[in-house]
Design a protein around this ligand. Structure first.
Ligand code: AMP
Length: 367
């Protein structure tokens, strides 16, 4: 269906696919701007259901439910990148879907994504397509060890990937991965990991937040710090990369680009690891640490409203994820001076489950 540019008015409704904490925080940002949200999720315990008046609890393959949902909303967005293509197609035939469906085809597949980034002339780890144990051996011969093998699709938080080291049983690693489509990446000896959260409007305006530095524990983001402790020139380079990617995708909304900082010739440089076509955990600090949050920027972009120019509050902002049993200490966090506590309203604290986060803003230095 041909659709003109989206221009929502206060009171209009945004449909959000996915009911996790990202959907919840998107809906809260929309509410502050006078916009309503309807959340679509198959999980009856979705944390995002708690903050919206209208919810659809149905499977993503339920065409009738999708059609009814589309009828209720003015525009559709999503909080996770693995939206099934058929789901996006049913919705896109009825309502604008932003970011556009074709973006999912690039970002759902690590090989397609890496090819896309490389064609833009942006550096990534050396990589190879792997579809059998024979091609894995050939890829190792070319790329060398250590290396990281990753399934092309459906990997997150370290799932669907393994480090391959000298002396490992390659055939066993391939069997354990349990897929026929993977990529092998050179292991990057990174100095640090950073991310850029960028917003792009339909008219092509791009606004990036301060580059964020991220530390993972057990493959899951544990803390973020903004700004990243990197030279200004490198931060500018990282932001330029995010802008180039957003523009090349003709992207509307917020996206995150995860990068590795690696030693370069004289000065450090960056390699792109991954693109997330959505708001991102490493941008949670913007809720309390900037004049406009990543969630509000995303809502503004998909509503066809002008983006804000985000200004960071304070010298340094840190964000600490409350993962699994970390949540049991929430009352202690409530007493920490200057800390802002966010709890996602999830049920049991399973290991690895993101239950909430805490932001701390260091006041500006007095000059
Ligand atoms: P990913 O699922 O690709 O975001 O990877 C999760 C985490 O694994 C990253 O944040 C890195 O800490 C680590 N990692 C992924 N790929 C590589 C690589 N090629 N070299 C070194 N570490 C990696």
């Amino acid at each position: 269906m041909a659709q003109g540019p989206v221009k929502l008015k206060p009171g209009d409704t945004i449909g959000i696919l996915g009911g996790g904490q990202l959907g919840r925080m998107l809906a809260m940002a929309a509410a502050r701007l006078g916009l309503r949200c309807q959340v679509f999720s198959p999980d009856p315990d979705s944390p995002a259901f708690d903050v919206v008046q209208a919810a659809t609890c149905a499977e993503y393959a339920d065409v009738e439910a999708l059609e009814l949902f589309a009828n209720d909303v003015n525009v559709v967005t999503y909080e996770f990148e693995n939206v099934p293509a058929a789901t996006a197609m049913v919705l896109a035939a009825r309502r604008p879907v932003l970011p556009a469906q074709k973006i999912l085809e690039t970002t759902q597949d690590r090989l397609v994504e890496k090819d896309f980034v490389s064609k833009l002339g942006i550096g990534t780890a050396d990589y190879a397509d792997v579809s059998s144990v024979a091609t894995l051996h050939a890829a190792i011969a070319r790329i060398g060890l250590p290396a990281v093998i990753k399934t092309r699709r459906f990997g997150y938080d370290g799932k669907g990937q393994a480090i391959v080291r000298d002396g490992d049983d390659i055939d066993q690693i391939w069997e354990d991965l349990g897929t026929k489509s993977a990529i092998l990446e050179a292991f990057v000896p990174f100095e640090r990991e950073i991310s850029v959260i960028a917003a792009r409007s339909a008219s092509g305006q791009v606004e990036c937040f301060d580059v964020t530095e991220n530390e993972h524990r057990d493959h899951i983001l544990k803390t973020s710090r903004a700004p990243a402790a990197i030279p200004d020139a490198l931060a500018a380079q990282a932001r330029a990369i995010a802008e180039k990617i957003a523009s090349a995708l003709d992207y509307v909304g917020v996206l995150a680009v995860e990068l590795f900082v690696v030693p370069g010739n004289g000065a450090p440089t960056v390699l792109v690891n991954e693109i997330a076509p959505r708001v991102h955990n490493s941008g949670h600090w913007t809720l309390d640490g900037a004049s406009i949050s990543q969630f509000e920027q995303h809502i503004r972009a998909i509503a066809g409203w002008p983006l804000g120019k985000p200004v960071r509050h304070g010298e340094v902002v840190t964000m600490t994820n409350l993962i699994g049993d970390d949540i049991l200490s929430y009352e202690q966090w409530l007493t920490v001076p200057g800390a802002t506590v966010h709890l996602y309203g999830k049920g049991a604290p399973r290991p690895g489950r993101k239950m909430g986060h805490v932001t701390e803003v260091t006041p500006p230095r007095k000059s």
